[in-house]
Design a protein around this ligand. Structure first.
Ligand code: MTE
Ligand code: MO
Length: 264
């Protein structure tokens, strides 16, 4: 099922009711399964940022809605930000089971990527542009983390991912770390891009495993980029290609209005 985002629908509905729902979702439903209804009822950060970009300052309802949304955003940002600049980590016992699945389509349409033919394409501002097999990536030093994934649809969940520290990978391939962005293309139609500072963050992981096992298809086989400092939509699954660039390249949801930085 396709999710439809339409910023203008927010103008047709009661701002306070939407915000009550947003608050109750974020407060009561942390660690609960995904609620697609959240998006289906049109409350999306995407729609909201689109509104922020519009000149609607004469509309007092929208203005007060935006002020409340900004506090709602602060709450989300607060969950993923800590003064030490590292996202909080958790114990095995705190892992959310089962971990929720999410994508712009349903679980019955999860993309299956064949391991044998898989090569991670690396282009742009890097010295070594060879394409990587999974075996080569598994031969790099591995790290793992138990962190919280926060989705703007109003749920969060704690999971365990393992793989190659992205900073190690970037240095290994001779990436120009003065470049502004790293972009990703996925096996589905998803794509996103991140700032270099986050790419180099010690908790940013080119994740090859989930809960100690090769990443299952639904969680992004053969690999995803796991960034506990960023919201769920910034974490691309099924990565097929990455590129280092100074040219802004947006993202699947970002191009529909979601905040591009999407994190702390
Ligand atoms: N390739 C791809 N990556 C994606 C998405 C997607 O639709 N396709 N959805 C994003 C969103 S909005 C979320 S919340 C997470 C969900 O990851 P999970 O299935 O491991 O919970 O994947 C992110 N990465
Ligand atoms: Mo998400």
């Amino acid at each position: 099922m396709m999710k439809i985002h339409k910023a203008h629908t927010l103008l047709d509905i009661d701002g306070d009711a939407v915000l009550r729902e947003a608050r109750s979702l974020i407060v009561k439903q942390l660690d609960q399964p995904a609620r697609r209804a959240f998006l289906q009822r049109s409350l999306t950060l995407g729609g909201l940022s689109l509104l922020t970009g519009c000149s609607l300052s004469d509309n007092s309802q929208v203005e007060s809605a935006l002020a409340k949304i900004s506090r709602f955003n602060d709450k989300v940002q607060g969950l993923i930000f800590s003064p030490s600049q590292l996202a909080p980590t958790y114990t095995d016992a705190e892992i959310t089971r089962p971990f929720p699945f999410n994508a712009y389509y349903g679980e019955d349409e999860v993309r299956i990527v064949d391991e044998a033919g898989y090569r991670l394409e690396v282009t742009g501002m890097v010295a070594d542009r060879h394409a990587w097999t999974l075996a080569e990536l598994r031969a790099m030093p591995q790290a793992d983390q138990i962190t919280r994934h926060i989705c703007v649809e109003g749920w969060s969940a704690i999971g365990k991912w393992g793989g190659v520290r992205f900073a190690d990978f970037l240095r290994h391939i001779g990436a120009d770390t003065n470049a502004k962005y790293v972009g990703f293309k996925c096996a589905d139609d998803y794509y996103t891009s991140i700032d270099m500072a986050t790419a180099l963050h010690p908790q940013t992981l080119l994740a090859l495993t989930y809960d100690g096992q090769p990443l299952p298809p639904k969680y992004g086989f053969p690999m995803k980029l796991r960034m506990p400092t960023k919201l769920g939509y910034k974490n691309p699954k099924h990565i097929m290609a990455m590129f280092v660039t100074n040219t802004y390249s947006g993202g699947y949801w970002e191009d529909q209005g979601y905040n591009w930085f999407g994190g702390s």
